[in-house]
Ligand binder design. Sequence first.
Ligand code: PMP
Length: 298
Amino acid sequence: MSGQVPEMLYLDGEFMPLTEGRVGVEDRGFQLGDGVYEVVRIAGGKLIWLDDHLDRLRWSLGEIRMVGALRDHVLGVVIPRLLQLSGVGEGTVYVQVTRGAAPRDFPFPPETRATVLAYTRPLEPSPVDAILAGVTVHPVDDIRWARCDIKSTNLLGAVLAKQTARDAGAQEALFVGAGRVVREGGSSNVFAVFGGEVWTHPADARILNGITRRHIVELAAGLGIAVVEREFTLEELEAAEECFLTSTSRDVMPVVGVGGRPLAGGRPGPVTLALTDALRAEIARLAGLPAPALLRRA
Ligand code: PMP
C-alpha cells in the first residue's frame, strides 16, 4: 500500500503524519504533567496485549479523576487504524491522554476536553546477541512520588535517574527506596532469582505493574517456575543467582552487572533465559510469526 507514514498520529479525532501534530501551549500535559500514557508493542504488524494496555489506561485515568475522557475516542478502533495507516510491522504505539488545555491553574478547570493522542513508531526488537550480552543497572535513590502505579506523564524522576545511569555507563537505572528496597527499573520491572525462586516487588503503589511483568508471572506459572511477589534489598540483589528486567519495548533483559560490579557471574542464567524464550515465543504466537530460536542452551 502506498502513502503509508511510519510515524502516523491520531490527535483529537484526526489522523496525520506525526510532524504535523500541534498541541496548545496551555495543555496541562505540557505545563503540569497532568496526564497518563501507555506504550503498546507492535509485532508482526499486530498489537500485542492491546486490551491489557487499554484497561490500564482507563484505570490510570480513573485514578486521576478523568473518567469519561475517552468517551469520544474509541481507541480500540483508532489504534488498529493507525497501524494500517503507518504500515509498521515492528514497533510501538505511544498513547497519551491529558486533562486538556485551560488557563494555567492547579485545580481541575471547570470545563475541559481531554487531549487524546496516539502515534506509531518503528522499533526493531532486540537482537539475540544484545539479549545474551545483557545489561548493567545503576542504583539511584527513588525520589519519585508515592503513586508510581499510575502511568503518569510526570517522568522527571525517571529522566534524572536514567541520565545518572547513562553517565555511570549503565543501560538502566535501578530505583532503590527506603530500607534499600529495590523497587523497579527506570522504565522496567525487576525480577531476581533466589534459591531457584523468582522474586519481584509486589504490585503496590511503589511500582508500575508492567503488562510484561504480568505476562511473565503467568508464563512462569505455566513452566512450573515459582514467582513470589516480595521485596528484596539492593544487598540481597547483589548476591542473587540471576536478575532480569521486563518492559514492553525490550521484552526481557538479563541483568549482568549492578553498580559497576558483575552480577550472577556476568551472564544470563537458565531461569532468565527460559522466561525470555517463553515471552518471545508467546509474542511470536500472538503476532502470527514463526517461533523464534531458543536462547536457552541445553
Ligand atoms: N516500570 C516503569 C517505571 C515503566 O516506565 C515501565 C515501562 N513504561 C515499566 C515498569 C514496564 O511496564 P510495561 O511492561 O507495561 O511496559
